[in-house]
Design a protein around this ligand. Structure first.
Ligand code: ZN
Ligand code: ZN
Ligand code: FE
Length: 759
């Protein structure tokens, strides 16, 4: 029954793609249609939100414009397509229709969202029916990715399926004018899940008192396992040195920094120095951990580090814990033993974390998949993602020119995988180090999960993997009966990740990959590589760090003095490094013997191992307990120096960045008792200048004006700062990673980009 509103009634079909499901988009469309007096309907389709509208052309134009301009805060619109359709097919009134599901959903899943201000106001309002309800949420906030079991995103397909809406919740859920219209996880204390506190395996309390008691335990210095959005945290008072030491002891985590959750922005400001960009990051809907310079010393929280990782509360439960008197700075570290993946299933958490936690605060809503906290920082070239997980995954980070579904399995360290569907590249949450059985299981689960979610058969896939023949990820890729399998060299993948994020596939660049470890074309261990080329045309290696021998291969990454042996073997007139001021342990001499005899030694161009060598010379002679530790220690040491113009050589000759003079000068300076921090600082500058010479020479001869920098070493902000300052101003554009990590967490995106162009 068409409605006559004059001769100028037309109809349009509008398709909106992007993150538009589970973010309050359909109610937004409904309200706009009402406001512009349009008839029609909206529904969640497989490829986004579909809208039919009928009315005057002016009203439809205004409606389409407002769709994007007034979009809900958590929506991320990628495209709005408008086409004509039959005006007679659109009846009177506007309605929200039920979702359709075809064979292959390409809708983007929304990442999890921090609780919104409107919900927080209700949470603390004594008269509100959700007063102190730990699972309060609405269409603008709450869990998404961590509760989705299948697409499209509807309650029966989430971990909320077992809870039936009470009358009051149902009314809100069905009212298009309500903030909770079709909010899939909607619930209240009358009908929804709750928290329970377990002490010594016994359930002691359920409900609000459980939260109060947990807060009391935290105040008393106890360690509490707290179920969050994507897994369990181990929480304790960050200002209580004994409690912090106890967590380290129990987790077997010796040195790596813990993240701190602070009560609110004021406490954040008391704890770290936040500039404008860092403030935006820390309060963004993703609520990541933000690394920033510490203003306070919290004993044992971040040893040998000038930065602290700080985050704001992001679930209603966190807010309730603080409101119930929990200490205003809590260590919130992932619930696991060191380097295992975070626990997220209740039974698993109870078993794995027994002995780690004094009590368990367990929420009844199941977690569909593991999602750690994301880690970001404001770097020299803008915001950098160091770990891409909760709040960011699984948003698409790039568009690739490939129609076939493509899976890139990443590398073995800091693993994350990328799935490209219809050219949209979705990067998974951080998975971790695949040398652990648990992480390998998580890796396989994540791949299965993503393929199921997008209804993709493995046989239809192009699979990309690292060129390393011994990687667990390579073995896994080989086990997939895919359409095609493509090996991608590690450092080309690093460089390609920078370009993929920007969609700059044809751009010819100087690509710099400064990294720890990666399998090279010649089978040696690469990690200080310079390329010229593009993603579409391929990257030719044109220069590199001078090779050294690495005794014991990749195992040397755990022992800076072992790495040092291979580099220092190329220097003449070395003093006895086993005595002061170097005091290298016996492992150094053993490694020297291997290097001399060429037994179990492998050539390497790894910049990471060069940093380890310098760290060893300046006092870091113990083994590292996590990847990159010695280099972080060296950067921290260098930050403590007053610059006083000490110069170290580092030359670029014959396509080789030569560190021999640098190391000889460092040994000499150490013998002359130059303070180690000054030497550390000078090393960063020397290497940056050597690299600058290399980049400028290569860019000139190749006729390119863009430099793409990536690899784990490029997380070093002091090196980047020195490099930026050393490059001739405005002559070259410096591109670094923005959406995916420069470390191996970004590898899978680069693999996917290169595979998309493979012929
Ligand atoms: Zn909300
Ligand atoms: Zn209810
Ligand atoms: Fe790498």
């Amino acid at each position: 029954m068409p409605v006559a509103t004059g001769p100028l009634r037309i109809a349009k079909v509008v398709r909106v793609r992007g993150v538009v499901q589970g973010v309050g988009f359909r109610p937004h469309v409904y309200r706009l249609a009402q406001a512009h007096a349009l008839d029609g309907w909206v529904l969640n389709g497989d490829s986004g939100v579909e809208i039919r509208v009928a009315g005057s052309p002016e009203a439809i134009d205004a409606f389409v414009q407002a769709l994007t301009e007034q979009a809900p805060p958590a929506a991320a619109i990628v495209a709005v397509d408008v086409g004509s359709c039959d005006v007679d097919a659109v009846g009177a009134g506007f309605e929200i229709r039920t979702s359709t599901s075809g064979h292959q959903p390409t809708t983007r899943m929304s990442p999890d969202l921090a609780v919104c201000d409107a919900c927080l106001r209700e949470l603390v309002e004594p008269l509100d029916r959700r007063h102190r309800y730990p699972y309060i949420n609405c269409t603008n906030c709450g869990p998404r990715y961590s509760i989705i079991r299948a697409l499209p995103y509807d309650r029966p397909q989430t971990t909320m399926a077992d809870w039936h809406l009470c009358e009051a919740c149902a009314t809100e859920y069905h009212d298009p004018a309500d903030r909770r219209f079709h909010a899939q996880p909607v619930a209240c204390a009358a009908c929804g899940p709750m928290y329970r506190l377990f002490i010594d395996g016994e359930e002691s309390i359920r409900g609000d008192e459980a939260i109060g008691e947990a807060a009391r335990l935290l105040r008393g210095g106890f360690i509490v396992a707290i179920k969050g959005i994507g897994g369990y945290h181990l929480g304790c008072d960050a200002d209580n040195a004994n409690a912090v030491a106890e967590v380290r002891e129990r987790k077997y985590r010796k040195d790596q920094a813990f993240a701190v959750m602070v009560r609110n922005m004021d406490v954040a400001d008391d704890t770290v120095w936040l500039d404008r960009e860092s403030r935006e990051l820390i309060s963004s809907v993703a609520r990541p951990i933000v690394l920033a310079p510490a203003r306070v010393t919290l004993a044992g929280v971040a040893p040998d580090n000038r930065d602290l990782g700080v985050m704001l509360p992001y679930t209603p439960l966190h807010h309730l814990l603080f409101a119930s008197g929990a200490p205003s700075r809590l260590v919130m570290t992932s619930g696991n033993r060191s380097s295992e993946p975070i626990a997220y299933r209740d039974d698993e958490a109870r078993t794995r974390l027994t002995g780690l936690a004094d009590a368990f605060l367990i929420g009844e809503r199941p977690i569909a998949r593991r999602v750690d906290d994301s880690v970001v920082r404001v770097g020299v070239c803008g915001p950098v993602v160091l770990r891409r997980s909760r709040g960011l995954a699984p948003a698409a980070v790039a568009t690739l020119p490939v129609k076939t579904p493509l899976l890139a399995v990443g590398g073995d360290l800091k693993n994350a995988v990328t799935l490209a569907v219809d050219g949209q590249a979705y990067v998974s949450q951080h998975i971790g180090d695949l040398s652990h059985v648990e992480s390998r299981r998580a890796f396989e689960e994540t791949i299965r999960d993503l393929l199921e979610m997008y209804a993709i058969a493995p046989s239809d896939l192009i699979v990309a993997h690292d060129q390393h023949p011994e990687y667990a990820s390579t073995f896994h890729a080989a086990g997939i009966t895919a359409e095609r399998t493509i090996a991608v060299q590690h450092h080309r993948a690093h460089v390609a990740s920078v370009l993929a994020e920007r969609g700059a596939f044809d751009r010819r660049v100087v690509g710099v990959a400064f990294d720890g470890t990666g399998y090279g074309d010649d089978g040696s261990i690469w990690g200080g590589e310079l390329f010229v080329g593009s993603v579409a045309g391929g990257f030719a290696r044109v220069a590199r760090l001078r090779p050294a021998f690495l005794a014991g291969g990749d195992a040397a990454a755990k022992h800076p003095v072992q790495a040092a042996a291979g580099f220092l073997a190329q220097l003449d007139n070395l003093p006895d490094l086993s005595s002061a001021p170097f005091a290298f342990p016996a492992r150094y001499r053993d490694a020297c013997v291997l290097v001399q005899r060429r037994v179990r030694v492998f050539p390497t161009t790894s910049a990471g191992r060069l940093f380890d060598t310098v760290a060893a010379l300046l006092g870091f002679t113990r083994p590292v307990t996590f990847e990159g530790q010695a280099a972080m220690w060296l950067e921290h040491l260098a930050r403590g120096a007053d610059w006083d113009a000490m110069e170290l050589p580092c030359s670029f000759v014959d396509a080789e960045l030569d560190w021999r003079g640098t190391l000889a000068a460092i040994v000499d300076a150490r013998m002359r008792e130059v303070p180690p921090e000054r030497i550390a600082r000078a090393f960063h500058r020397a290497l940056a200048r050597g690299l600058r010479d290399a980049i400028v020479a290569i860019a000139r001869s190749a006729g390119v004006d863009t430099v793409a920098l990536s690899g784990g070493v490029m997380q070093n902000q002091l090196l980047l700062e020195e490099l930026r300052d050393a490059l001739p101003p405005a002559a070259l554009q410096l591109w670094t990673n923005r959406a995916v990590p420069p470390n191996d967490g970004g590898i899978s995106l680069g693999q996917a980009a290169i595979a998309a162009f493979a012929r």
